[in-house]
Design a protein around this ligand. Structure first.
Ligand code: KIV
Length: 271
């Protein structure tokens, strides 16, 4: 049942209420105007301009290379295509970790130039000063814990995080800290379902899971994975709702045949 589907504009407060009312929160990524329009029309609660744009839009192996200017460009496009959903934009690697002043400058650019409604950053205690500074400026922050892809060279692997007790305890204490600092939500990526349940039950802000089991307050997927455009990526947590890779390559090869055989354009398709 959806208590909040009539809402005209989703805000950070809406997400908080959804957790309170036990209504699951839906989030998908988008990086461009046309996709944002479709995702918004489908009734999604939040759209994330993830730095996964580095992977699925630009073809980089990691999320590290994408720049703030590129993320702002993607965000502007998504904002123009969105009427209802809350628009959250990732701050990319290197734009908030070094010091709180730089972090605030990056967040302000994302809000002012990109038009985002909120930002997302990866990490806990290590970036708490930056989080405080950004929130004090009135900018809403979503945290991100567990498998944080901007730290991939430190992890050395994309395997499930926080299976060991020490890392699980640190994650719980980071989640509580994010809540204390005033974050409005937190993404939990690729951690055991039981741990995600424990985190979800121990904080009052919504948890949005990806590869974190069914107990989170909401779920997020990368759009390209969810519609089956990304053939080579098949983690256990991914549910594909379409096979667009096959649909699109099939349509392209039919178009090639039609043009080569002079079937397209026909008389009805000509002036
Ligand atoms: O960049 C991204 O798309 C993300 C999601 C996977 C949560 O951070």
């Amino acid at each position: 049942m959806s208590v909040h589907s009539e809402i005209k504009k989703v805000t950070t407060e809406t997400l908080r209420k959804m957790k309170f009312d036990k209504e699951k929160i839906t989030m998908l990524t988008a990086y461009d105007f046309t996709t944002a329009k479709m995702v918004d029309a489908g009734g999604i609660d939040a759209i994330l301009i993830g730095d996964s744009a580095a992977n699925v839009m630009a073809g980089f192996e990691t999320t590290l290379p994408i720049t703030l200017d590129q993320m702002i460009y993607h965000t502007q496009s998504v904002v123009r295509g969105t009427d209802r959903a809350l628009v959250i934009a990732d701050l990319p690697f290197g734009t908030y970790q070094s010091n709180p002043d730089i972090a605030l400058e990056s967040a302000v650019r994302m809000m002012k130039e990109g038009g985002a409604h909120a930002i997302k950053i990866e990490g806990g205690k290590g970036i708490s000063k930056s989080i405080k500074k950004i929130i004090n400026a009135g900018i809403p922050i979503m945290g991100h814990l567990g498998l944080t892809p901007q730290s991939i060279y430190q992890f050395g692997t994309y395997k499930v995080r926080a299976k060991e007790e020490a890392e699980a305890e640190k994650l719980i204490s980071d989640a509580k800290l994010l809540e204390e600092l005033g974050c409005f939500g937190v993404v939990l990526e690729k951690i055991p379902a039981d741990l995600a349940k424990q985190v979800t039950e121990s904080i009052s802000i919504p948890t949005i899971g990806i590869g974190a089991g069914p107990h989170c307050d909401g779920q997020v997927l990368v759009y390209h994975d969810m519609v089956g455009m990304n053939k080579g990526f098949s983690p256990k947590f991914l549910r594909r709702y379409l096979d667009l890779y096959s649909e699109i390559t099939g349509a392209v090869s039919q178009y090639v045949k039609d043009v080569k055989s002079a079937d397209f354009p026909n008389q009805n398709e000509s002036y």
